[in-house]
Design a protein around this ligand. Structure first.
Ligand code: GDP
Length: 198
């Protein structure tokens, strides 16, 4: 599945830019700087495919990547929670994301990335609320697990598990990852491969 590099197809700023619904789609969402680009790059075995950057809030589009060997499309959603973004822009992204999440029949699962140093924040919970309302299946992925202390990590795993316990569209398992150390990538790939079979 991830044997051959994914191709970047395009960036979409409006719904009409999206490709036709002819592939299984999974999407990645998370706060700016959560490590989303790094994870997508690590997962797809390519560097620089999704742009990593220390400037939060730069990715303002739905970026589309496609597998060269499978019927799979990855949608990299704009990072949220960037305080300095101008209001109209935030509104436009929010509308685009809402339309995408509620109107995409081929969207099989959203991976909601949460920083393992912080655990879920209010805007992560808002995204989960929206996914629950839209009945879009999602799974939480903790990122950068090489960063917190073992104790901090345990606490934040417990908080994360508690935060999804009663959520109807949430997958009960939380995936622990570090793009830096390559941890959790095999599990994530396996889960995605299972989605393709189901
Ligand atoms: P994005 O804004 O969510 O796309 O985040 P990026 O992928 O650009 O990562 C933000 C920052 O976190 C960068 O400085 C990355 O090098 C760093 N980072 C990303 N993943 C990891 C990780 O697994 N471990 C560590 N230690 N740093 C990471």
């Amino acid at each position: 599945l991830f044997a051959r590099p994914f191709l970047f197809i395009k960036g979409c700023v409006r719904l009409a830019d999206l490709p036709p619904m002819d592939r299984v789609e999974i999407a990645f969402a998370g706060r700016s700087n959560v490590g989303k680009s790094s994870l997508i790059n690590a997962l797809c075995g390519t560097s620089g495919l999704a742009r990593t950057s220390n400037t939060p809030g730069r990715t303002q589009e739905l970026n589309i990547f496609e597998s060269q060997s499978e019927n799979l499309r990855i949608v990299d959603m704009p990072g949220y929670g960037y305080a300095k973004a101008p209001e109209p822009k935030v509104k436009a992204w929010t509308a685009l994301i809402h339309q995408y999440l509620t109107g995409r029949a081929t969207l099989r699962r959203v991976y909601v990335l949460v920083d393992s140093r912080h655990g879920p924040k209010d805007n992560d919970l808002s995204v989960m609320n929206e996914l629950d309302r839209a009945a879009v299946s999602y799974q939480v992925v903790l990122t950068k697990i090489d960063k917190p202390s073992a104790r901090e990590l345990e606490t934040n795993i417990a908080r994360t598990v508690a935060s999804i316990a009663k959520r109807p569209a949430a997958h009960p398992d939380v995936i622990l990852t570090s793009s830096e150390k390559g941890e959790g990538l095999t599990q994530l790939r396996t889960e995605i491969a299972l989605l393709l079979e189901s």
